[in-house]
Design a protein around this ligand. Structure first.
Ligand SMILES: NC(=O)c1ccc[n+]([C@@H]2O[C@H](COP(=O)([O-])OP(=O)(O)OC[C@H]3O[C@@H](n4cnc5c(N)ncnc54)[C@H](OP(=O)(O)O)[C@@H]3O)[C@@H](O)[C@H]2O)c1
Length: 336
């Protein structure tokens, strides 16, 4: 008998875009060598974009979105995984060109799975999720590019969002002074609680000067857009900016001066195709030296049935921190 479960499916027929919960069976799932009972997923910026009509993220329908998931293996033909293993999946275009985490059960390529590290629960893995993993990649990249405790503060932009909150926590946990840039004044007290020594408004105006007085040794930047030009002018000599996102726009201009007169490094961060060995190394760090005592402070856990409300909150930018989807219902596999 077929096992049935709930999934959130995007369909598009004759120009009509329909997001809806559907009851599926394992026969509806894509090919793959590992089937996972999804316990938690999360809402990332890309999920919000992917679930809008006329989005430029999803090219083929029907599609189950959700760019990350954490759960338990219920069936495996993959040599490295067996029934009962706890796993995390992010990236590899999950929820984009492959069905993703907004389903109580998902089948996928075992080569994409990271074993849940010790000292991390499945819920914590999705409080972190793709956004937090991206924050971790950003901090790790800055460390590889000369971040040290004696060189002054690190700026985190988009600080009330997913990448920003977790970058703030990681940097504080590692002992760095963090300046959080955010226009979300209601969240300033939380940002201070999780590790920001100061909260400043978004940087949006671009001054005409070629260079400005320097303020930060490095920047975690998930905002992007035209304001990067100004941020680059204020980074200490030999500093770096880890650029991961475009919440504030896609294009920016700059002169060459921050690069040729201050030796600045601009580091691109891609969380989707990180090689597996490095991916596992970053998740180990997220479970150990990157793990903040405040991780649960930034979570907002919602039931799977509330998914569309969570997506709307990200769309309207009225959310804070990380929205975690609790996918557990009493008996998702009705015939299991
Ligand atoms: N490179 C990768 O692999 C990768 C992985 C994950 C995410 N990303 C990207 O990183 C970005 C952030 O993701 P997220 O999950 O942190 O999203 P999020 O939770 O929606 O947070 C984005 C934050 O950016 C700030 N912001 C929004 N609109 C802005 C604007 N017009 N100008 C300046 N700041 C603005 C807001 O923070 P404040 O209100 O505090 O200012 C907002 O909370 C997205 O573009 C996402 O696609 C990239």
């Amino acid at each position: 008998m077929m096992q049935s479960f709930k999934a959130f499916v995007l369909s598009e027929q004759e120009g009509t875009f329909t997001p809806a919960f559907q009851t599926l069976t394992t026969a509806d799932l894509p090919d793959g060598d590992v089937t996972v009972r999804v316990h938690y997923s999360s809402i990332n910026y890309k999920d919000m974009l992917a679930t809008q009509p006329n989005n430029k993220i999803i090219r083929q329908y029907p599609r189950i979105p959700g760019i990350d998931l954490a759960g338990t293996v219920i069936d495996s033909q993959h040599p490295q995984f067996k029934k009962g293993d706890q796993v995390i999946a992010t990236g590899y275009d999950l929820g984009v060109s492959h069905d993703g985490g907004f389903s109580e059960v998902m089948r996928l390529n075992g080569d994409w799975l990271v074993p849940l590290p010790e000292n991390l629960t499945l819920e914590e893995a999705m409080i972190i999720g793709t956004a937090g993993y991206t924050a971790a990649l950003s901090v790790d990249a800055l460390e590889q590019n000369g971040l040290t405790h004696d060189k002054g503060p690190v700026l985190v932009r988009g600080a009330s969002g997913g990448v920003g909150t977790i970058a703030t926590m990681i940097l504080h946990t590692l002992g760095y002074e963090v300046i959080a840039s955010s226009d979300n004044t209601d969240y300033a007290a939380t940002l201070k609680k999780i590790g920001a020594s100061d909260v400043i408004p978004r940087i949006s105006d671009v001054t005409p000067k070629a260079l400005s007085k320097t303020e930060w040794q490095a920047v975690v930047d998930p905002v992007g857009g035209p304001s990067i030009e100004e941020v680059l002018k204020r980074i200490h000599p030999s500093g770096a900016l880890a650029l991961s996102g475009n919440a504030g726009g896609t294009a920016f201009e700059s002169t060459v001066f921050p690069f040729i007169l201050r030796g600045l490094r601009l580091i691109g961060i891609d969380s989707v195709y990180t090689p597996m060995a490095y991916r596992q190394h970053i998740w180990q760090r997220l479970a150990t030296d990157f793990k903040s005592a405040h991780l649960h402070t930034i979570k907002q856990v919602i039931a799977f049935a509330e998914l569309q409300n969570g997506l709307e909150a990200v769309h309207q930018s009225t959310h804070n921190g990380r929205i975690v989807i609790d996918m557990q219902v009493e008996n998702p596999l009705q015939n299991d």
